[in-house]
Write a protein that binds this ligand. Structure first.
Ligand code: FAD
Length: 476
């Protein structure tokens, strides 16, 4: 990357070009996970699609390792890279709600609070995650699991079209009618195929939901988990609530005697009426002796930002994940053993229920394949102090190892660290070969490789090892 080539880029670039030594560099290279400390050579903070196209061409011409940054929330830090180019979309924040056909068009630098704010004004929402500062782009391209999943599906199940800048700098739209193979791959395949510059989502009539926690003591954790497993399988789809091991934070909404107490709990977010919610959740809330139990009406954007104050940017963060189709009593015993040993106040384990609407999509209908899963599990070691990194990482790994034998074999890509190709393939399963074929067509040189990577020559490599012909299935 010569000074001259940067000057040339500058002459056509409307956004900011940030290099080491610039005032903005230190803050621009920071991502959500404080454990990630990478130093790119150039951060191209794009103002518009023209800038994105120029940045992609610049990265390709200069043969630079290139990362794409949406919200910068990726646990593994895949929105940034060392010694390369970062295509930073964080200033592309346009949003247009169309209330008449209940859709929203969102630019790729938005985080979920931007979307919730815009759509809530019309009494509408689309499924996303559970923290409002997460990027729309990365979350969507991996799948998107959150409070509304049981009723309305994953975020990708509500994705109608995307605009994409491909590895050669060309611009295409992908939807169920145009570039259908690309659209299939982008629904779960992450940042492997191009820079998505905007997303169009379907909206649902969600305004105020029934939200709140039920907490139990750890002594009751096995009983609660068994009850939860059986309850959620049959619960109506307007009921959602994820199970957690957590430490009650010292926040004013919790009684002082529970502050810093390790508990297990369910965080409810239900979209029925208060009466429907009370009736449907009461059997679960009546299990054992709850320490705290409160569900009440809360505007959806407030639900989405309810954890933001606890999980602020810059904490040290290490996580591991798996999908589960069942939760045996033996698996529950291991959860109780490890979940009771939360190493720090911020560390937690969540079991997100993904039965219901996500299961009505076939496992080969989108790149995201675990449609039969009952739970997406994520074990999260978090702390503000880097001195505790070994403690949170060690706890997380040993918890994961204890539960992995009971899992369905793969995880949700957005809850993974950099765990190697075997884990990526285990996650996409039979969809992997089709992803490779699409990767070969859209990004044969693997320009977009700072991600949970689909390697364009992966099928050939595997075949060479096994001695069978190397071509994957045809690209449809
Ligand atoms: C506190 C926290 C809470 C979370 N909660 C949830 C949750 O409830 N549900 C859930 O599903 N996930 C959740 N996640 C995981 C989240 O979905 C991933 O971390 C996701 O990668 C974040 O997207 P981002 O745009 O912020 O990430 P970034 O770090 O900016 O990017 C992550 C990846 O996405 C790719 N990418 C980003 N933008 C683009 C683009 N425009 N075009 C193409 N590729 C792009 C990049 O290549 C990179 O590999 C959470 C993460 C955190 C840290």
């Amino acid at each position: 990357m010569s000074a001259q080539s940067v000057d040339q880029l500058k002459s056509i670039f409307r956004g900011e070009l940030i290099q080491p030594g610039d005032t903005a560099y230190e803050s621009a290279r920071r991502v959500y996970n404080g454990m990630i400390n990478k130093c790119p050579r150039l951060i191209a903070r794009c103002a518009d699609v023209a800038d994105v196209r120029a940045a992609v061409r610049f990265g390709a011409d200069n043969e630079m390792l290139t990362a794409i940054r949406g919200g910068g929330h990726n646990g593994a830090g895949l929105g940034i890279c060392d010694d390369g180019l970062v295509i930073d979309l964080s200033h592309m924040k346009g949003i247009r709600v169309n209330p008449s056909d209940k859709t929203v068009r969102v630019e790729a630098g938005c985080v979920w609070t931007d979307v919730d704010h815009a759509t809530h004004a019309f009494g509408l929402a689309t499924p996303s995650g559970v923290i409002s500062t997460t990027g729309v782009a990365g979350l969507t391209l991996g799948g998107g699991i959150g409070h509304l999943a049981r009723r309305y599906g994953l975020t990708i199940d509500n994705l109608l079209s995307v605009d994409v800048v491909l590895a050669d700098g060309s611009f295409v739209t992908a939807s169920s009618r145009e570039n259908t193979d690309l659209f299939w791959a982008l629904r779960g395949g992450g940042g492997n195929f191009g820079v998505v510059t905007s997303f169009k989502f379907r909206l649902h009539p969600i305004s105020t939901v029934q939200f709140g926690p039920t907490f139990w003591s750890l002594e009751e954790a096995a009983t609660v988990l068994r009850g939860y497993r059986d309850f959620i399988k049959k619960a109506p789809e307007h009921v959602s609530g994820f199970f957690a091991f957590l430490t009650v934070p010292p926040a004013p909404m919790f009684p002082a005697h529970l502050h810093f107490k390790k508990v297990c709990g369910i965080i409810w977010c239900c979209t029925g009426t208060p009466e429907q919610t009370e009736q449907a959740t009461r059997p679960m809330r009546s299990v054992g002796h709850a320490l705290l139990d409160h569900i009440g009406p809360v505007p959806f954007p407030a639900v989405q930002s309810s954890f933001d104050g606890l999980y602020v940017p810059g904490l040290q963060w290490y996580w591991r994940a798996d999908n589960f189709t069942e939760l045996s009593d033996e698996a529950i015993a291991r959860h109780v053993e490890h979940g009771s040993k939360l190493p720090t106040m911020h560390s937690t384990m969540h079991l997100y229920p993904v039965n219901g609407a996500p299961q009505r999509v076939g496992r080969s209908d989108t790149a995201y394949s675990f449609r039969e899963a009952l739970f997406a599990e994520v074990i999260v070691g978090v702390d503000p102090d880097p001195a505790n990194n070994e403690k949170i990482t060690g706890w997380c790994k040993s918890y994961w190892e204890a539960l992995h034998p009971f899992s369905a074999g793969g995880a949700y890509v957005n809850f993974m660290m950099e765990e190697g190709q075997e884990r990526v393939q285990a996650t996409y399963r039979e969809n992997y070969d089709r992803l490779v074929a699409i990767k070969r067509r859209y990004d044969p040189n693997n320009f977009f490789r700072v991600n949970q990577n689909i390697q364009p020559d992966a099928v050939a490599k595997r075949s060479a090892r096994s001695g069978s012909p190397g071509d994957g299935p045809p690209v449809s």
